[in-house]
Design a protein around this ligand. Sequence first.
Ligand code: NAP
Ligand code: MN
Length: 265
Amino acid sequence: MKFAITSKGDSVSNTLMHKMRTYLQDFDLIYDEDQPDLVVSVGGDGTLLYAFHRYRSRLDKTAFIGVHTGHLGFYADWVPEEIEKLVIAIAKTPYQVVEYPLLEVIIRYIDGGREARYLALNECTVKSVEGTLVMDVEIKGQLFETFRGDGLCISTPSGSTAYNKALGGAILHPSLPAIQLAEMASINNRVFRTIGSPLVLPQHHTCLLKPVNDVDYQITIDHLTLLHKDVKSIQCRVAKEKVRFARFRPFPFWKRVSDSFITDK
Ligand code: NAP
Ligand code: MN
């Protein structure tokens, strides 16, 4: 089996990365940065987001595992003290794999043919470059509302504990193939109206955001921020691709939520 390790880049994560690399090679596993079967991310959730995008073109052939060198993460849920145990578990493959849903974002531009396709592990956010974001929100081809406010956040179930949670969105179990649309400070008065509640859409329900006036947007895909000019529409739905995580021990999602946000009992 071939593996790669991604580090957050600080000295603690780098030391751990080198240690794991040596241990895994001692078990005759092959280090291959280009075509790994297993990617170990050492750092935090942000490090795993980075690793996900780095190996984005081979998601069907790669499984991820996260070790955290800071606080407990949702994707990085192994502690450095456990790495000997983890290395032995990895060496004794085959391991169990769990799959989580992803968000597909297709941005189309006014000038026709050109479009850009992205996959997000956490979410996509849309903000205007200047002033209030005004966008028509279509769901399954029907106009649902005209949104006015700071922005919109469309998240995956595993991303629902990130930005989405800060916006008052619900936490979704990652076994649900769904996406969630959450508002950022919508304008609501007698003239302008939005639903106000986060919406959860099932697979095959497409959410299409269409500019009303302005056509330049600041769009994030996980940790990546890009300025998109001359946007015609932004299409969001559950992706056909999934992300695969290697599971070596049970760590139920709701326990991860409780340990992260309530207390680590
Ligand atoms: P960051 O500024 O370090 O991330 C913000 C925090 O979100 C970090 O504590 C990060 O954990 C945590 N996080 C990332 N994914 C998570 C998940 N799925 N569930 C729970 N917490 C999660 O930047 P980053 O590390 O590059 O992460 C990018 C993410 O930051 C974006 O995808 C977005 O979700 C989030 N974000 C949140 C807000 C907000 O809450 N208001 C605003 C902007 C962005 P680590 O420390 O382990 O990396
Ligand atoms: Mn981070």
